[in-house]
Design a protein. Structure first.
Lengths: 782, 138
């Protein structure tokens, strides 16, 4: 049973956020040593998750739920099975080491507290992604990882490249997140549940659903952007602008694997179809090759690692996409191994950068004797990355070759994997050999071993790669096979061996990989030049495409605003009234429901009289020579309307109409005095003709609309309700006011908020001096 | 327009209008009236006072910035939504309190406070617009 009970997992989820709040305070007093204290929190979370392992290995799953928005079926629920627990262990475990490493790496940095705070926010978000059972909860955490990643990449916000990379990552992953939300909701409605654990059992319904393709496309858009799959791979290498602890944590071990996590999670629900088994391996395979080829091109060690991360993610997507049990087992082991060796290697490169002052692989060399512990970590991790025994990377490669060999279209996937792994082998050799062996190169800083904070993380992960390799049998039983079972949705427990028991095709493929890898390594410098030359000839990539897209959008928005917002009030008014005329006439024309002209005969004399006053008022407005006169004359017509309200038993309405008319005349007159307009109307007679016809058209349209409404049969339900209950329930005889402040009080609350905001906006506009004077036309509320 | 007679009468006129606006506000629940109309009358009063005696005089008379008045009105309206929640009723359910006062009974209710909030928002927001426009016209 779990250490502190299933419910305590909520505290484990909350822990990182608490740490995020504490970080700035602790970092202020304890400086870099704060990370020792803060690391306790993720370490405790790690223990909590670890205590689930035996139960899950025995086939149990755990679920806990809190009510969040019950009306919409949104619960804050968590689900622990073989898949989520491994991810949770990686996130909290590597998170603990990264916390320590950050203390060493940013020692003396004035914003260390802020940095740790962002890092813990990310950790909390990431734990939420992998533990969430409810798909809305999952989505919220998913976007939170994008946002925290944005903050971390842009940590060094004074540099332009950092800012660009941060925005790029946010746009790509955040945009993908929106697609994912649509996909998840669609899947939720088709599958009949918003809980992932229940959706996984309705795989057949989802696969049969007419919306399957839509769900599939939307979900993989989310996964591909997050996990940097071709053609969205470009944001990940750019994200290396972030401080190295971030690269080690987010952009290799955890966040970028969220997409892979999602695909693995959805495998029982969406996987196994032809679409899934074609699109995923193809894009994964292309990403694998593109990543490794671009990796060879780099000389910056961190970028080399970044591109191999892209490649590894491609490999994982490809393996998951085959839907073959053995291939998925291979993906599981590779994912686990990758988190260990890549996290370690990033920290190694960061330490080299920190201590030697450069991470260009042509400017470092022979560091092993100076930095022995870091060197050992580098060698062990690189061996695992290269897939050599007795490290866990070797087991991963054996199993994944076995899987691709037997999968549907296995030949093609095996080819992808072989090429990719060989190049990965060469790059692993480069990362370990170039900086640490060979002749000593003079580095910008005199290199020496860093503090324990700097090497603790990398050596721990590297040794873990060795230990898990040696004890692969029990690691397989306890951790890896339960994860595979969770992905497949059926129990799976195949014995894992460190050394192959017979001469399988996988072993031959492994040997071929090593041979090919050594050849590539020997000609690496030449290959680099060739690839650079090819890329120069192409001269375009998705990264440039991203810039062009953003530029295009900005330019489009600019053109659109310039076309629509000419700054001429007359045009705005004309456009508005043309639209009004359309809205009024189109339904009448389409339905043919013109109002009947009737009832004029039954008007009383005094009603004709008031109507005549209104018409005279309008005539006076139109013929007035000066604008100010026209505005004052506008009041005549308004008062006539108010009189009509009074005659028909609406004293409140009439009262309000009188006040509004008075005030609008006053305010309009005030506006006019401020606008520096010519006192007389200067429109050409053609413009006047157009405006007159437009005005007549709109006026007639409104009249006809009102007449049609009056001619409809009257439904008295509401009026009767209000009349009946106004006195009894709301203690008021004035029904209008009771409706305003009681029956429909919420409407009024919204309206007065609008009045308030309008007041503020007008105030702001009036204070803006000359340029936008035309905008401060009066605002008449209600 | 700004004659001596107008300048002399305007303060009394606006004082009367203010009084009338409060009257209209308070009778609103049973007779024609209410916060919105009351607020508009009060704004007209300020407008007349402003035309006669200048904007600065109005601002002095209002004591607080018109937008602060509007904001406190909105706050009052929102607060009047809350009491019902403490009785486990849906928000904004009206609550009534009948208080005997000097021989008559005064009905205090959350809709009344809500209406006062509406009154203050209308007074504050619209007079803020009118005053700032008038200020520039000077």
């Amino acid at each position: 049973m779990p250490l502190f009970g299933v419910e305590a997992t909520f505290w484990a989820l909350l822990g990182p956020f608490v740490a995020a709040a504490l970080s700035p305070i602790l970092a202020k007093t304890l400086k870099h040593n704060a990370s020792w204290l803060l690391a306790i929190i993720p370490a405790l979370a790690f223990l909590q998750f670890l205590s689930f392992v035996p139960g899950i290995a025995a086939g149990q799953t755990f679920r806990a739920s809190l009510e969040w928005v019950p009306t919409f079926n949104v619960n804050f629920s968590i689900y622990l099975d073989g898949l989520s627990v491994v991810f949770a262990l990686l996130i909290s475990g590597i998170g603990t080491l990264i916390t320590l490493y950050s203390g060493g790496y940013l020692k003396g940095h004035q914003n260390l507290g802020q940095f740790l705070s962002y890092l813990f926010l990310f950790m909390g978000a990431m734990l939420g992604v992998v533990l969430a059972d409810n798909i809305i909860t999952l989505f919220v955490y998913w976007e939170l990882t994008s946002i925290t990643s944005f903050l971390l990449i842009g940590f060094d916000h004074l540099r332009r490249a950092s800012r660009r990379a941060a925005v790029q990552a946010l746009v790509v992953t955040g945009g993908g997140g929106l697609a994912l939300m649509a996909g998840l909701i669609l899947a939720g409605y088709q599958g009949g549940s918003f809980e992932m654990s229940e959706l996984l059992n309705s795989g057949d319904i989802l696969r049969e659903s007419p919306y399957y393709t839509a769900i599939f496309v939307l979900v993989i858009l989310g996964a591909f952007t997050k996990s940097a799959q071709f053609p969205f791979h470009f944001w990940l290498p750019n994200a290396m602008e972030a401080p190295t602890p971030v690269s080690a944590y987010l952009h290799s071990a955890t966040m970028v694997k969220a997409g892979v996590y999602l695909l693995m999670r959805m495998q029982p629900a969406l996987g196994g179809t032809e679409l899934w088994m074609t699109i995923l391996p193809i894009f994964g395979g292309i990403t694998l090759l593109v990543g490794t080829i671009l990796g060879i091109r780099q000389t910056d060690l961190k970028l080399v690692l970044a591109y191999t991360t892209v490649a590894s993610l491609g490999l994982l997507v490809m393996l998951t996409g085959t839907s073959d049990p053995i291939a998925i087992q291979g993906a599981v082991i590779y994912l686990f191994a990758h988190s260990l060796f890549k996290g370690s290697l990033f920290m190694v490169v960061g330490t080299v950068d920190h201590e030697a002052g450069t991470r260009d692989l042509n400017r470092v060399g022979g560091l092993f004797s100076l930095m022995p512990i870091t060197g050992v970590a580098a060698v062990l991790s690189a061996l695992s990355m290269a897939g050599l025994p007795p490290l866990i990377g070797f087991v991963a490669k054996e199993v994944l070759y076995d899987g691709t060999w037997h999968a549907v279209n296995g030949g093609l996937w095996t080819g992808f994997a072989l090429l990719g792994n060989a190049m990965m082998f060469a790059l692993a050799a480069t990362v370990a050999i170039k900086p640490f062996f060979g002749s000593k190169v003079k580095t910008p800083k005199a290199a020496h071993e860093g503090s324990i904070l700097l090497y603790a993380g990398s050596i721990t992960l590297a040794v873990l790669g060795l230990v898990t390799g040696l004890f692969i049998v029990s690691v397989g039983h306890q951790i890896l096979s339960p994860m595979t079972s969770a992905i497949l949705g059926t129990p799976f427990d195949e014995e894992l061996h460190l050394f192959p028991t017979y001469l399988s095709p996988a072993l031959y493929l492994s040997m071929a990989t090593v041979a090919l890898g050594i050849i590539i390594f020997m000609y690496l410098d030449k290959l680099r030049l060739i690839i650079a030359e090819i890329l120069r000839t192409i001269g375009w990539g998705p990264d440039k495409g991203f810039d062009q897209t953003i530029e295009g959008i900005v330019r489009f928005a600019g053109t659109l605003s310039n076309t629509i917002q000419t700054g001429s009030m007359v045009r705005y008014m004309r456009a508005t009234f043309v639209v009004i005329a359309f809205v009024l006439y189109v339904p009448m024309i389409l339905t043919g429901n013109w109002p009947k002209l009737e009832g004029f005969g039954s008007l009383y004399v005094y009603e004709w009289f008031i109507a005549a006053i209104a018409v005279i008022g309008v005539y006076a407005v139109v013929t007035a020579r000066y604008r100010v006169t026209a505005i004052v004359l506008l009041g005549i017509q308004g008062f006539a309307v108010a009189l009509i309200f009074l005659l028909f038993g609406a004293p409140d309405l009439s009262f309000t109409q009188f006040m509004v008319e008075t005030l609008s005349v006053v305010i309009l007159a005030l506006v006019m005095t401020r606008l520096n307009l010519k006192p007389t109307d200067a429109r050409s007679s053609r413009a006047k003709l157009f405006d007159t016809s437009l005005a007549l058209l709109c006026g007639a349209g409104i009249s006809m609309l009102l007449m049609s409404i009056v001619q409809l049969p009257f439904d008295p339900t509401l009026s009767e309700f209000f009349t009946q209950y106004s006195r009894t329930i709301a203690h008021g005889r004035n029904i209008v006011n009771v409706i305003l402040v009681d029956f429909r009080g919420f409407d009024t609350l919204g309206e007065i908020a609008v009045v308030m905001v309008t007041g503020l906006a007008v105030l702001a506009l009036i204070r803006v001096r000359p340029k936008s004077e035309g905008n401060s036309k009066s605002e008449n509320n209600r | 327009m700004n004659t001596l007679i107008f300048r002399t009468v305007a303060p009394y006129l606006s004082a009367l209008m203010m009084l009338f606006s409060v009257f209209v506000l308070l009778r609103g629940h049973n007779e024609p009236g209410g916060g919105f109309i009351g607020g508009l009358i009060a704004v007209s009063a300020f407008a007349i006072y402003g035309i006669a005696c200048g904007v600065s005089a109005v601002r002095r008379a209002m004591k607080y910035h018109p937008m602060s008045i509007a904001a406190s009105g909105l706050l009052l309206a929102v607060l009047s939504v809350l009491p019902s929640i403490f009785y486990r009723q849906p928000a904004m359910t009206s609550q009534w309190l009948e208080m005997p006062f000097l021989g008559t009974v005064i009905d205090l209710s959350t809709p009344l406070f809500f209406d006062i909030g509406v009154y203050l928002v209308v007074v504050g927001a619209i007079s803020s617009i009118a005053l700032s426009l008038e200020e520039r016209a000077d």
